[in-house]
Ligand binder design. Structure first.
Ligand code: GLC
Length: 458
C-alpha cells in the first residue's frame, strides 16, 4: 500500500477535529437568516418585474389541480433527471401498478449533443414498447424531466439551464417536448401522445396527494435538491395563464439555485468554494451543492483531506484513493452513520476500501464526526427551505411529500429535518414529512390523468 504524506499546508496543531468541523455547524441564528433570505428570493422569483433577475425562478408548472384518488387508465412515463433514465408503464385504478425498466445514460451522452440525448431516450422508449408489446395502443405519456424549465403550458417546457452533471449543447432555451417529438419522428416506429411534462418535485407532490389530501409540498433531496408547492394565483404575479378555478398553481421553485447571487456566502465554506470551482457549472446551484447527494460525499472527502494534512487523521497520511476527487461516495455517509453508536463496522469497511487498513477507533470516530457535520448541515438547510414554504402556505396541517436517495437512505435525515423544521415554523402549523413512492412514475401518470380530466371539464 502506498501512502502519500500530504504536506501542502502548515500544520495547525492547536486546532482539533471539532474546531475544524465547526465551520460546518449552523447555529439557529444562521438558519433563521437562511430562511429570511430564501423567503425574500422566492418573492423575487414570483414577482413579474423581479423574476428576470431572480435566482430562484419559481416556475409555474400549469398543474393546478391535485388528484382526487379516482384517476384511472394506462399511462407511459419517461423519467430523466439523474444518471439513469427510466421508462414506466403505469396502471391507475383503485390501486396503482407499475412496470418499469431502467436504462443507463452513459456519461458521453450526458455531455454530448442534445440530439444524441433525445435519440437515446426515444430508442429506450421504442425498445420498452416493443418488449411490452404496447405498439397497438396510443398511450398517454407523462415526461418527468427534472431540470429547470420555464413552462409555457402543460406540454411545453423550455430548459433554462442544465444541472446535476448534464451539459448537452443545443438544448438550453429549447422546448424539451418538441425535442422528444422530433427524436421520435426521426425513428418513425413509435406512436405516443405526450400529455404532460413535469419536474420530479411535481411528480412527488402529486403521487403523495393521490391518497393524502393535505399534501401541498413536493421535496427532493437526491442527486439534486428542489421543492415545489401549491401557491395561490394571486401571489403569482408572474402568472399569465388562465385565471379560472381553481385559483392556484404548483410552483416549481428550483431552489437549488438559491445563493447564486452571493446571499448564502455567510454560511459557505472553503470546501463549498472548491466544489463549486471544480464543478461543471461553477457559480450555479450553490444551495444544491451544500445539500444534495451529488456533492455531499465530496464535501466530506475534502474535510477529511484537510484533517489529514493538519496531522489530525490517519497519522497524517492520506491514501492515493482518498486524494482522488469523487472517491468518497455520498452513500458512505449514510452507511457510516448507520453504524451503532459503539461500533464502527461500516466505517472500517469503507476505510479499507479507501486504502486505510489500520484506522484506529479515534480515526473512525473522527470520520463519523465529519459525516455527521456534513449531513446535519444539509438536513438543516433543506429544513430551512421547507419551513419557509410551510410558513408561506400557512395552513393548519400540511404533508410534505419527499423523495430522493439522500432522504431515503440516510438513517437520520428525516428526524434531523423534522426537528429543525419544528423550530422554524409559525406556532400552530402541523406538518409531516412523508416518503413519496415513485413520483416520477405514478406522479407523471397522475399529472397526465388530471390534465385530461381538467380539459374535459372545460
Ligand atoms: C436539480 C434540478 C431540479 C430537480 C432537482 C432534483 O435541482 O434542477 O429540476 O428537481 O435537481 O432532482
Amino acid at each position: 500500500m502506498k501512502f502519500v504524506l500530504c504536506c501542502c499546508r502548515p500544520k495547525r496543531k492547536t486546532l482539533t477535529v471539532k474546531d475544524i468541523c465547526q465551520e460546518l455547524v449552523l447555529n439557529h441564528e444562521a438558519i433563521k437568516e437562511v430562511c429570511s433570505c430564501l423567503q425574500e428570493e422566492i418573492n423575487r422569483g414570483l414577482g413579474k418585474d423581479s423574476n428576470p433577475e431572480a435566482t430562484i425562478k419559481c416556475f409555474p408548472t400549469y398543474v393546478r389541480e391535485l388528484p382526487n384518488g379516482k384517476e384511472n387508465g394506462r399511462f407511459l412515463a419517461l423519467d430523466l433527471g439523474g444518471t439513469n433514465f427510466r421508462v414506466l408503464l403505469i396502471e391507475l385504478g383503485a390501486k396503482c401498478t407499475m412496470d418499469s425498466r431502467i436504462y443507463a445514460v452513459p456519461q458521453p451522452i450526458m455531455v454530448g449533443p442534445g440530439d444524441g440525448l433525445f435519440d437515446h431516450i426515444a430508442e429506450c422508449l421504442a425498445s420498452f414498447i416493443k418488449e411490452r408489446d404496447l405498439g397497438t395502443e396510443l398511450l398517454p405519456l407523462g415526461f418527468t424531466f427534472s431540470f429547470p424549465c420555464k413552462q409555457e403550458g402543460l406540454t411545453k417546457a423550455r430548459l433554462a439551464c442544465w444541472t446535476k452533471g448534464f451539459k448537452c449543447p443545443g438544448v438550453e432555451g429549447r422546448d424539451v417536448v418538441e425535442l422528444l417529438k422530433q427524436a421520435i419522428a426521426r425513428r418513425g416506429d413509435v406512436r405516443i401522445k405526450i400529455c404532460a411534462v413535469l419536474n420530479d418535485t411535481t411528480g412527488t407532490l402529486m403521487s403523495c396527494a393521490w391518497k393524502n389530501h393535505n399534501c401541498r409540498i413536493g421535496l427532493i433531496v437526491g442527486t439534486g435538491t428542489n421543492a415545489c408547492y401549491m401557491e395561490k394565483l394571486e401571489k403569482v404575479e408572474l402568472w399569465d395563464g388562465s385565471t379560472d378555478e381553481p385559483p392556484q398553481v404548483i410552483i416549481n421553485t428550483e431552489w437549488g439555485a438559491f445563493g447564486d447571487n452571493g446571499c448564502l456566502d455567510f454560511v459557505r465554506t472553503e470546501y463549498d468554494n472548491t466544489i463549486d470551482r471544480e464543478s461543471i457549472n461553477p457559480g450555479r446551484q450553490l444551495y444544491e451543492k451544500m445539500i444534495s447527494g451529488m456533492y455531499m460525499g465530496e464535501i466530506a472527502r475534502q474535510v477529511l483531506v484537510r484533517l489529514v494534512s493538519d496531522g489530525l487523521l490517519f497519522g497524517g497520511y492520506a491514501s492515493d484513493i482518498l486524494l482522488e476527487k469523487g472517491s468518497f461516495f455520498t452513500k458512505y455517509i449514510s452507511e457510516i452513520e448507520s453504524d451503532k453508536p459503539d461500533d464502527f463496522n461500516n466505517c472500517r469497511a469503507i476505510l479499507e476500501e479507501l486504502g486505510f487498513n489500520d484506522a484506529t477507533d479515534a480515526d473512525c470516530a473522527n470520520v463519523r464526526h465529519v459525516c455527521e457535520c456534513v449531513s446535519r448541515r444539509a438536513a438543516s438547510l433543506a429544513a430551512a427551505g421547507v419551513a419557509v414554504l410551510l410558513n408561506r402556505i400557512n395552513e393548519e396541517s400540511v404533508t410534505v411529500a419527499v423523495d430522493g436517495s439522500v432522504y431515503r437512505f440516510h438513517p437520520h435525515f428525516h428526524n434531523l429535518m423534522v426537528e429543525q423544521i419544528s423550530h422554524l415554523i409559525k406556532p400552530g402549523i402541523k406538518f409531516d414529512l412523508m416518503l413519496s413512492e415513485d413520483g416520477s412514475g405514478r406522479g407523471a401518470a397522475l399529472v397526465a390523468a388530471v390534465a385530461s380530466r381538467s380539459a374535459s371539464m372545460r
